[in-house]
Write a protein that binds this ligand. Structure first.
Ligand SMILES: NC(=O)c1ccc[n+]([C@@H]2O[C@H](COP(=O)([O-])OP(=O)(O)OC[C@H]3O[C@@H](n4cnc5c(N)ncnc54)[C@H](OP(=O)(O)O)[C@@H]3O)[C@@H](O)[C@H]2O)c1
Length: 236
């Protein structure tokens, strides 16, 4: 562990799996403290215990990122347990794919409540605190589908374009402050997201690729303000 590094208080939504989990372990190499959220308590508990064995403070909150009461409770809990927040990694997300006429209203609600409302709620709560301290990072997991479109992606790409625009507008609002906002925009990443699906995972990005990109954003100097990082698979 590098003891020269300033310890950060990092909130990760969707910390129970995939990109969120991997990012926690990547950042744990530099110490730091964590508050992870998700709905799967067993996984959150297991990951927090592993982070603690690495010497990090780690807490979790169980709930739905699209439910205001849950986010408010987790935000207050994170502030109290960590003593503040320096980094919000708004990463929780789901994906519903298919031709538009085959998608359901229930899928629409789940898609936008998680991927858009969940991101809005967290940023909305954390931002005043970060602005008060004139320092902090907000990183949102968008997608390559936040920057382009494609068949069978209407709901998912719609949700990611929405958070992409949200972050770009926020960046304009943050000009002149010490608070930064950025997105990461991965192509397909080999995560539990694809469990049980008939897809070739061997050519996908690894979760560690995304975790390192998030670290790169968090670790950038004050002279830098990354807008987004687009990651595409190296194996074609
Ligand atoms: N995998 C890819 O190819 C890929 C590519 C580009 C972008 N992304 C984005 O990456 C992010 C993370 O996905 P992943 O690939 O790491 O998938 P994952 O392993 O399925 O992780 C998704 C995470 O989101 C959480 N989550 C989902 N719905 C939630 C809800 N309603 N309330 C609270 N937490 C919720 C899950 O926690 P619980 O299960 O505990 O609720 C889990 O921790 C998503 O935003 C996704 O859109 C993924």
């Amino acid at each position: 562990m590098n003891t020269d590094i300033q310890p950060l208080r990092i909130v990760i939504t969707g910390g129970s799996s995939g990109i969120g989990e991997s990012t926690a372990f990547e950042m744990a190499k530099s110490g730091h403290s964590f508050y992870l959220t998700g709905r799967n308590e067993e996984r959150l508990l297991q990951i927090c215990n592993e982070l603690k064995t690495l010497g990090c403070e780690a807490y979790y909150g169980v709930g739905d990122v699209g439910v205001e009461e849950d986010v408010e409770k987790h935000f207050q809990d994170a502030k109290e347990k960590l003593g503040g927040v320096d980094v919000l990694f708004a990463n929780a997300g789901v994906g519903y794919f298919g031709n538009l006429e085959d998608l359901t209203i229930e899928q629409y609600d789940a898609q936008f409540n998680t991927n858009v409302r969940g991101v809005f709620l967290w940023i909305n709560k954390v931002l005043p605190l970060l602005k008060d301290q004139n320092k902090g990072d907000i990183i949102v997991t968008s997608s390559n589908l936040g920057l382009k479109t494609g068949a069978r992606c209407s709901l998912y790409a719609g949700s990611k374009h929405a958070v992409q625009a949200m972050v770009w507008c926020l960046r304009d609002e943050l000009k002149g402050t010490g608070v930064r906002a950025a997105t990461i925009n991965p192509g397909s990443v080999d995560t539990p997201w694809f469990n049980g699906k008939d897809v070739n995972r061997s050519k996908m990005l690894a979760v560690e690729d995304i975790a390192k990109a998030v670290r790169f954003i968090i670790d950038q100097d004050e002279t830098s303000n990354i807008d987004h990082i687009l990651l595409l698979p190296g194996k074609q």
